[in-house]
Design a protein around this ligand. Structure first.
Ligand SMILES: NC(=O)c1ccc[n+]([C@@H]2O[C@H](COP(=O)([O-])OP(=O)(O)OC[C@H]3O[C@@H](n4cnc5c(N)ncnc54)[C@H](O)[C@@H]3O)[C@@H](O)[C@H]2O)c1
Length: 440
């Protein structure tokens, strides 16, 4: 198939590359010239396991073409995927300006019948609006090309995006006619050859399905963080509770880890967008509003523990940070808990030394020269008054605690991801703070 993917970010680049991997001819289009030039030279500006190799091999075999020339890409392909960003507006609603700009360009350039597929996460009714914008441009040109609108939300996870995309759990397709369902079935057949996990529905339902999935996962996290608050005050260990309920097959183990809040490019903005959709349709979203505010509190859990321990004035104190990205295996720092935690410590006069295996470049853009950047996890410890674990990268999972104790000024760990064994740490003489566990 001949495909154009518009927007070459985490979603567009990964899905475009994976389509090319299956032998399709794919144009990946972006408006940022530098990004496209880098990609042409196999330089991938985001960290995503396996992605760089696949970009390289698919460009080499000629199936993957990076360009800023949307017109030529559209003229030479039949399926157009919209994968541009849908960030959050200040009032929490979804910003659709990038999506609608793309729709207008598609309307200006199409020269044959085609399929227009929305991969970006968009509010209910957006695909219909996209259709109207395209039709208006066609009318201006007196053209009557037929275009089929499809919603095909993306469920890949940053950090395992390539493998999620190559082996998806399910393919959700919202469309208006058989022809559209058929073409999506053909496109994804090599990806779900063994399972036939298509979920076909109408376009509005597909748009809602994506929000429902993210909101459900965010809800699970906030639910556990709410319980963590109770556990903290009652001598209960949230880790034990998690093990106790996760074994119940109706509940399961995923997304029930208490921690210092969820971040990333999706959960915060999608929960907010769904709240806004509820408001627009006069339909209350009380659970989602609680999910949001519990998450804000969760991001302050570690700073509050630090204030309890050291007091409100942190001048002359240095905190070593392990992990800055919003989760392991990505360099993405959008809405990362590290930003809230570090800023609230800086406000109280603290010094910060930080290390992340992949997010240092992005962190420098965010924190500029307000913090010290370390080359490795050990440098973080030197002359620090406590260690704070924010992102559970594998290299932080099983550290040498004797070394940590020797390097830190005080044997104190604030663990935002409940990674360590409190009994072991207490034996070694650490003061160990976790989320939802009695301090010890
Ligand atoms: N990141 C994720 O894990 C993830 C997962 C599932 C769904 N989504 C959704 O997918 C969409 C894209 O997310 P992302 O994280 O890939 O965003 P991103 O910010 O990483 O990438 C968006 C890209 O679109 C480009 N762009 C903007 N306007 C353009 C235009 N007119 N023409 C061409 N390119 C243009 C930008 O330059 C940027 O490179 C969002 O709606 C998001 O909610 C994201």
């Amino acid at each position: 198939m001949k495909i154009t993917v518009i927007g070459t970010g985490y979603v567009g680049l990964v899905t475009g590359t994976c389509f090319a991997e299956m032998g399709n001819q794919v144009y990946c289009v972006d408006i940022i010239e530098e990004k496209i030039n880098n990609l042409k030279n196999n330089i991938v500006d985001i960290y995503e396991p396996q992605l760089e190799e696949l970009v390289k091999s698919n460009q080499k075999k000629g199936d993957l073409i990076f360009t800023t020339d949307l017109k030529t890409s559209i003229e030479n392909s039949d399926l157009y995927f919209i994968a541009v960003g849908t960030p959050m507006n200040e009032d929490g609603s979804c910003n659709l300006e990038y999506v609608f700009n793309v729709a207008k360009s598609i309307g200006e350039y199409i020269n044959h019948n085609c399929y227009i597929i929305t991969k970006s996460t968009v509010p209910i009714g957006t695909s219909v609006e996209i259709g109207k914008i395209i039709q208006k441009e066609l009318d201006k040109r007196n053209e009557t090309f037929k275009f089929n609108l499809i919603s095909n939300p993306e469920f890949l996870k940053e950090g395992s995006a390539v493998s999620d995309c190559l082996r998806p759990d399910r393919i959700v397709v919202g469309a208006e006619n058989e022809e559209s369902f058929k073409i999506m079935e053909q496109l994804y057949e090599p990806f779900i050859r063994n399972s036939y996990n298509y979920v076909f529905m109408n376009i509005n339902s597909a748009e809602m399905t994506k929000y429902a999935a993210n909101a459900m996962l965010a809800t699970k996290i906030s639910f556990m963080n709410e319980l963590a608050g109770i556990c903290d005050k009652t001598g209960v260990d949230i880790n034990e509770v998690r093990r106790g309920i996760g074994t119940d097959q109706r509940i399961g183990f995923s997304f029930i880890y208490a921690g210092c809040g969820y971040g990333g490019s999706c959960f915060p903005k999608d929960v907010n967008a769904l709240i806004d959709i509820g408001k627009t349709h006069n339909s209350p979203t009380e659970i989602l509003e609680a999910v949001n505010s519990i998450n804000d509190k969760a991001k302050m859990y570690i700073p509050n523990k630090i204030f309890e321990h050291f007091g409100q004035d942190l001048t002359n104190l240095t905190f070593g940070i392990w992990g800055l990205s919003f989760k392991p295996d990505t360099d993405d720092m959008r809405e990362a808990s590290s930003i809230t935690i570090i800023n609230s410590l800086l406000e109280k006069g603290a010094k910060i030394k930080a290390y992340d295996p992949k997010a240092m470049k992005i962190a420098r853009n965010i924190f500029k020269d307000s913090i010290d950047y370390c080359d490795n996890r050990i440098d973080v410890l030197k002359n620090s008054d406590a260690l704070i674990l924010i992102t559970e990268w594998k290299e932080f999972r099983n550290p040498n605690f004797e070394l940590i104790k020797n390097e830190l000024n005080n044997p104190i760990i604030f663990d935002g991801r409940n990674q360590y064994d409190k009994i072991q740490l207490n034996k070694l003489g650490f003061k160990y703070y976790q989320i939802g566990v009695d301090d010890c």
